[in-house]
Design a protein around this ligand. Structure first.
Ligand code: URA
Length: 231
């Protein structure tokens, strides 16, 4: 429970003193009726409006999108549609942004949050959080390809951390990496002579995309945050 004046001052440009005046002028409504007093107690479910606009209480958001193809992972782009166009409006106001990136033509699990510390933890190479991809590709996977992934491939003169290449059936494999280099999976497959024709991230940490449909969101529960961090 918060006091009305504290809450409005926190999430608007008005001070607590201003709120007293706003209440007297009946410019603040709680659940559709003018606020009774500046020190009224406000619960999580109460809707507070100021001059007819909802006061959006900033809360920590951690959510997963099943990213569709055709959207770039950036906040702005001069040509392409960005994943920000898919973010619910009220989350935009709360400062939500994507953690890590997926290519324009990659589908699948993309995390969004407004918690900077958590975002840092998820992308820090130190934490080595696994990312698993379902890959459709040309050619077929040989023992040598699996060994090359496991040994750590060289990209841009840098030796990558060991990765897993798991063939499923001809032209379909799973790849598990712990880094997020530019076009990493596509380039690793290309080095082994296979072109990626479809790429989808299906897991991050222990958090699987599951049956979440393309273009749909799921807000994570506190327990799922631990899964994401692989705990
Ligand atoms: N690797 C890629 O090549 N592309 C992605 O979008 C993610 C991983």
């Amino acid at each position: 429970m918060d006091r009305l004046d504290k809450l409005v001052a926190q999430y608007s440009d008005y001070s607590r003193k201003d709120v007293r005046k706003l209440v007297k002028e009946k410019r603040i409504e709680v659940n559709g009726v003018p606020a009774l007093s500046f020190d009224e107690k406000i619960g999580e479910e109460d809707l507070v409006m100021l001059d007819g606009e909802p006061i959006l209480r900033k809360r920590r958001i951690l959510a997963v999108l099943n990213k569709p193809m055709g959207f770039v992972t950036s906040t702005e782009d001069p040509r392409d549609r960005t994943v920000m166009e898919l973010v619910p409006k009220e989350w935009m106001k709360m400062g939500v942004y994507p953690v890590g990136r997926l290519d324009k033509d990659t589908e699948g699990l993309l995390i969004f949050t407004n918690d900077g510390a958590l975002a840092h933890c998820l992308i820090s190479p130190k934490n080595g959080i696994e990312k698993e991809y379902y890959v459709e590709h040309t050619g077929s996977v040989e023992k040598e390809d699996i060994a090359a992934f496991r040994a750590g491939m060289v990209l841009d003169d840098e030796t990558l951390k060991p990765a897993l290449l798991i063939p499923m059936e001809k032209g379909k494999s799973r790849v598990v990496v712990t880094e997020g280099k530019y076009h990493q999976v596509r380039r690793m497959m290309a080095i082994r002579g296979m072109d990626v024709t479809y790429l989808k991230r299906i897991r991050e940490g222990k958090l699987a995309l599951g049956s979440l449909e393309v273009g749909k969101w799921k807000e994570l529960e506190p327990g799922e945050e631990a899964e994401l961090l692989g705990k």
